[in-house]
Design a protein around this ligand. Sequence first.
Ligand code: NDP
Length: 291
Amino acid sequence: MELIDGNQAATALIAELKAEVATFTGRKPCLALVRVGEDPASVSYVKKKEKTAAEIGVTSRIILPPVTITQEELFALIDSLNADATVDGILVQSPLPKHIDEVAVFRRVSPDKDVDGFNTINLGKIAQEDDTGFVSCTPAGIMELLARSGTDLKGKHVVVLGRSLIVGKPIALLALQKRAGANGTVTICHSGTANLPTLTRQADVLIAAIGRAEFVTADMVKPGVVVIDVGINRVPDSSKKTGYRLTGDVHFPSVAPLCAKITPVPGGVGPMTVAMLMKNTIKAFHLRSTH
Ligand code: NDP
C-alpha cells in the first residue's frame, strides 16, 4: 500500500507558486477571505488559508462580518469586492448561517474572481471542458494528487460517494473529462443509492466525500483500489486536548491494507485544497488586466 501524501504534494506546489509570485515586480495577487460568524472549523480553515497566502507572497484581506449579517448586506459586501480593482480572488467561507442562501452567495461572486469555483459559470465550464474558468479547490486538488501520484483514470471505474456542488459533482465531471489523466468511467452515489457496497466494490478508484466518519469499511472495497478520502469529520475523543480527533469518510485501519494507494486524513486532500486556492488566486491575477 502506498500512502498518497497530500502534505508533500502541497508543499511542492506551494514552493512552485512562491517562486512564481517572487517574479511579479508590481502589485502582488490579493485574495479576499470572507468569514461570516465564528464557526470553529471555518476559523481554522481561514487561518490556514491566510497563513499559506502569506507564505507564497499572496496578499490576503480578511473580512469578518457578524453571524447576524443579512443576505442583502452580504451581497453588498461581495459587490464591493467584485468592483475593487485591487482584489483578484474572493472566497466566502462555507458553511454560511442558515438564514443565508449559500448558492445565491456563490452566484454573486464575479466569475473572474471566483477562485472557489462555485459560481454557475465556472461550474458550467467544467462541463464544457473550458480551461478559462476556475475549478473548485478540493476537486482540483484531488486531480492534482492523482496526477502527482501517477494514477491515470483512463479506463478506470471511478466511484464517487457524494453529489455536493463543492466536491461530488465537480470531481465526477473532472474524472469524466476527455483529457489526459482523466477519461474515467464514473458512477456517482448518494443517499438515495441502492446497493451502495455493490457499487463501491466495483471501484478501481473510490472518492469518498459524504461527511460520515469511517463510513467506508473493508467489505466495501476491492483489493488494489485507489482511495481518495475527502471527509473531514470530528469524532469525540477524550484522550485529545481538543476533545476530538479528525477522521475521514473511510475506516483507514481496515481499508488501507487492501489499497494500492490511499490518502490519509489529515494530511491528504485537505492540504491540497488550500494549495489549489492559491493556484486559482494567481490564475485570477493573470487573467485580470489591472496590474
Ligand atoms: P455534503 O454534506 O454537502 O454532501 C454529502 C453528500 O454525501 C451528499 O450528496 C449526500 O447525499 C451524500 N451522503 C450522505 N450520507 C450518505 C450515505 N449514508 N450514503 C450515501 N451518500 C450519502 O458534504 P460535502 O461534499 O461538502 O463534504 C463531504 C465531506 O468532505 C465532509 O466530511 C467535509 O468536511 C469534507 N470536505 C473536505 C474538504 C477538504 O478540503 N478535504 C473540502 C470540502 C469538504 P444526498 O445528496 O442524497 O444528501
